[in-house]
Design a protein around this ligand. Sequence first.
Ligand code: ZN
Length: 174
Amino acid sequence: MPQKIMMVGDPVLRLKARPVAPEEIGSKKIAGIIKKMSDALRATTDGIGIAAPQIGASLRIFIASEEALAIDAGTMEHPEHAKKKKWTYYVFINPETVKRSGKKTKGTEGCLSVPKKYGLVLRSEKVRVRAFDEHGKKFERGASGLFARLLQHELDHLEGILYIDKADKMTGVK
Ligand code: ZN
């Protein structure tokens, strides 16, 4: 059965997610949640990220797809090939924003929990995030462009914030 994605209106999307305890990272339970998140993301046609609350788990975990980096680099293959490609997924556990640029930019966002809608959201152009990976290793990652936007969108999910709260102009299907 495909993994269910929680839709806007579900209270779990509005909770402040709880941190994963250090000893939980790498556990069967957390690995299972990450697997469910990956499966849900792979099953979508245009998703580039997913946060744990979106599969009903109120935990501070999100996944960002390498696809966002490919879009930023302008190295996207033909869209049909891109869909079949097995993108690498970067796992962020207990992420914290280390730095964000004062310079902001508006860009279009969508969300797997708000189907068939898009909106313009103002976000920092660059961001630096510290987190643990799925093996419990601490890392820091700087991001710009779409990848920076994606990280900020996913960080918001962990606070119970949806992009529709911030978008100043919503539109329907692209
Ligand atoms: Zn989202």
